[in-house]
Design a binder for this molecule. Sequence first.
Ligand SMILES: [Fe+2]
Ligand SMILES: [Fe+2]
Length: 144
Amino acid sequence: MVGTERVFYMDKIQWNQKFSVNVKEIDGQHKKLIGLLNDVIRIKEEKLKFDATGDVLSELANYMDYHFSTEERYMLKFSYPEYKLHRDQHVEFARKTIGFLKKFREGSQTITDEIICFIKDWLLNHILNHDAKYGPFFNKNGLF
Ligand SMILES: [Fe+2]
Ligand SMILES: [Fe+2]
């Protein structure tokens, strides 16, 4: 992508009430994910060494996995009608991020701003447009 340096220069994400799905455990996990993503952005900005980047990316990928399992477990428990569609999104995203991580580990890929942008956009979009949908449904089933 051509353009100014700032195009992909990432601002850190501030937690905002609009991200809330009104389920305490899940909001807590989303906050943690945003925190990890901010760590990735900070490391990239400060050009910290390879190990630090790899560690935080691994932690992000692992925590993402744990988080997706939590959401899917509740969806199954309450027979959420959009389970399949939602799960497919998780699987597709995980496949891509694990791919990045693998290439990074092999040394054939650096963590570019485009990759961080992709993860950031996906995460925020997913929370706002898809996770937000199950909030009222989970609430109706007694989960807050
Ligand atoms: Fe989520
Ligand atoms: Fe989700």
